[in-house]
Design a protein around this ligand. Structure first.
Ligand SMILES: O=C([O-])CC(=O)C(=O)O
Ligand SMILES: [Mg+2]
Length: 220
């Protein structure tokens, strides 16, 4: 068997662990409380979509939102990783979108139900190319942006995160063993909004990476 290449982590079938409400300005825009502990949910590996393939709007939503996020790619697995050692477990990063069926999420929230239908559908996790760790020396100091049809909708800096990357790795690994190839989505800054069929989404991290996706309606 040939060795797997971490720069194609999306092919590994590993976990996607997402952090919600990690930016106060986004928690506020959706009228959510500022969390005292990280809010976590999961996406399956079937959520991945790469440039060249469209983001598909599930048939059951009329309010699909973009959320631009810094993704952290795990290079060395572990359980109960101390914060002081957390960065040794990072192989690199990826720019990610946490596509969210907001109408379904609102319904789930009001019924106290899990967010799976709102967050975990096929193509709900567009990802950029792999960004080696050296290209982002400090994950608490990078700017992210997202445009829809060339109009800026989101622009934020990871310095606004409530819980830092090392804190999240340590917190998550206390109860979910992290494995090589796992991806952690670290939450979105404010500016989330709806996308429609045929929209063009473009997102970037400073001059480090950009990516673009089109939105399509699922046809069955
Ligand atoms: O859906 C939400 O508002 C929670 C979330 O994923 C985020 O804050 O990134
Ligand atoms: Mg999110």
């Amino acid at each position: 068997m040939t060795a797997r290449n971490i720069s194609r982590f999306w092919e590994w079938g590993r976990k996607i662990i997402c952090v919600g409400r990690n930016y106060a300005d986004h928690a506020k825009e959706l009228k959510n409380a500022i969390p005292k502990e990280p809010v976590l949910f999961l996406k399956p590996p079937t959520a991945y979509v790469r440039e060249g393939s469209p983001i598909l709007v599930p048939l059951y939503t009329t309010n699909l939102h973009h959320e631009v996020e810094l993704g952290v790619v795990i290079g060395k697995g572990g359980t109960a990783i101390p914060q002081s050692a957390a960065m040794e477990h990072v192989a690199g990063y990826a720019l990610c979108l946490d596509m969210t069926a907001r109408d379904i999420q609102d319904e789930c929230k009001s019924k106290g139900l899990p967010w799976t239908m709102a967050k975990a559908f096929n193509t709900s996790c567009p990802v950029s190319e792999f960004i080696p760790k050296e290209r982002i020396p400090d994950p608490a100091k990078v700017s992210l942006w997202l445009k829809v049809n060339n109009q800026l909708r989101q622009s934020g800096c990871t310095s606004q995160m409530i819980f830092s990357v090392p804190y999240l790795i340590s917190y998550i690994s206390d109860f979910i063993t992290l494995e090589e190839g796992d991806l952690i989505l670290t939450g979105t800054p404010k500016g989330v909004s709806a996308v429609q069929e045929h929209d063009e989404l473009q997102a970037g991290i400073e001059d480090i990476v950009t990516m673009s996706f089109t939105v399509d309606r699922q046809d069955h």
